[in-house]
Write a protein of this length. Structure first.
Length: 300
C-alpha cells in the first residue's frame, strides 16, 4: 500500500550540523562541502499526496570512494509529474536509474537504504529485476527505437510475454500510439521501419513502447535534450496529456521545462536532496537560499 508523504524537514533525519537545523539554508552548501548531509526541506503540501514510489535513506557508490547519492529520502506522488533538477553531476540520473536498477549493470556499484514500489522493496532479497522493470517504463535521453517496424516496437513488451493474439496486439498498439500522440502521424505506416521516423517521432514512439506495458511509474531521463524546440513542445504536451494516468519521474536540466511540465520539483546538489515541494512554490517562493540561487542562475 502507498503511504502518506513526509510533511517537513522535521520529518527527515536530523541535520549533521545544529546550526544548519536552526537556520534552514544558512551555510547549507558549506556543510555539504564539509561532507555533511543536511536534511532536506520537504514542503507541507506533499502531506496531502499519496506515494507510489518511496525512497528511504538511499545512498549509492560507483566504487569504494565515489559516493554519488547521500541518504536520499523522498516519495514520488501517485499520478503526478515530479521533476528532478540540479547542476550536472548532482546525482539526478543516478537516482532515476537506481529506481529500475539499471545501475546494477555497472561493475563495482553498491547501495544502502531502500526504495519501495507500491510498498514492495525494489532492493529486497529475491526481487525479480526483470519483472520489476516491467512495472517501470523508461525513456532515455537519446531515443532508442529498435531496428524493426513501428508496430513491433510498440508491442515488443507483449511479444516477449508471449502474447500472440492479433486483436490484443492491434488494440495495444493503437492505444499506446494514441497515448503518445503519434497515432495520426503513423497509422498508415505501422509496418515501416521505426528508424525512418524523425527524432521527435522516435522519442514519442519510445514513450508509446514504454506505456504499452502499462507501467506503474514512467521514468524519463532528459527526454527532450536531443530534440529541437518544436519536438520538445510536443513531448511536453504529451507529458501533460499523460499526467494523472501515469506517475512520471523526469530528470531535466531545463528549469523552464520543469516549471511547465511538473507538479512537484526536487532540487538536488552534490548527491543530496536539498528541497522538495510543489513546483509553483519551489519556483516562486523557495524556502532555502541555495534553491533560490540555483533557480535564479546564481550558480550551477
Amino acid at each position: 500500500m502507498s503511504q502518506a508523504l513526509p510533511t517537513s524537514a522535521t520529518d527527515a533525519p536530523a541535520l549533521a550540523s545544529p546550526a544548519v537545523a536552526r537556520q534552514p539554508g544558512l551555510g547549507l552548501l558549506e556543510a555539504i562541502a564539509r561532507g555533511e548531509t543536511p536534511a532536506p526541506y520537504i514542503h507541507q503540501r506533499l502531506q496531502t499526496e499519496r506515494a507510489v514510489l518511496e525512497i528511504d535513506d538511499f545512498s549509492f557508490w560507483y566504487n569504494t570512494d565515489a559516493q554519488a547519492l547521500h541518504e536520499i529520502s523522498m516519495n514520488v506522488p501517485e499520478g503526478k509529474v515530479t521533476a528532478l533538477i540540479g547542476p550536472s553531476g548532482c546525482g539526478k540520473s543516478t537516482l532515476l536509474r537506481s529506481v529500475n536498477r539499471l545501475n546494477d549493470l555497472i561493475a563495482g556499484v553498491r547501495q544502502t537504504g531502500d526504495m519501495r514500489l507500491g510498498g514492495e522493496s525494489i532492493y529486497g532479497p529475491g526481487v525479480d529485476v526483470i519483472e520489476l522493470r516491467k512495472r517501470l517504463g523508461m525513456v532515455f535521453q537519446k531515443s532508442n527505437p529498435f531496428p524493426i517496424s513501428i508496430y513491433e516496437n510498440v508491442v515488443y513488451s507483449l511479444r516477449i510475454d508471449g502474447e500472440r493474439r492479433k486483436r490484443v496486439l492491434d488494440e495495444v498498439c493503437e492505444r499506446s500510439l494514441r497515448g503518445a500522440a503519434l497515432w495520426d502521424e503513423v497509422k498508415d505506416r505501422l509496418r515501416d521501419l521505426a528508424l525512418g521516423l524523425s527524432g521527435g517521432q522516435q522519442q514519442r514512439l519510445c514513450i508509446a513502447r514504454a506505456i504499452a506495458a502499462e507501467p506503474e511509474v514512467l521514468l524519463m531521463d532528459e527526454p527532450c535534450s536531443a530534440l529541437d524546440p518544436i519536438a520538445t513542445s510536443k513531448i511536453e504536451d504529451l507529458i501533460d496529456h499523460l499526467r494523472g494516468e501515469y506517475t512520471i519521474l523526469i530528470v531535466t536540466h531545463n528549469m523552464q521545462q520543469a516549471s511547465r511540465t511538473s507538479d512537484y520539483t526536487a532540487f538536488m546538489y552534490l548527491g543530496r536532496l536539498i528541497e522538495y515541494g510543489a513546483t509553483q512554490d519551489l519556483f516562486t517562493k523557495p524556502r532555502l537560499d541555495p534553491t533560490e540561487d540555483y533557480i535564479t542562475g546564481r550558480f550551477g
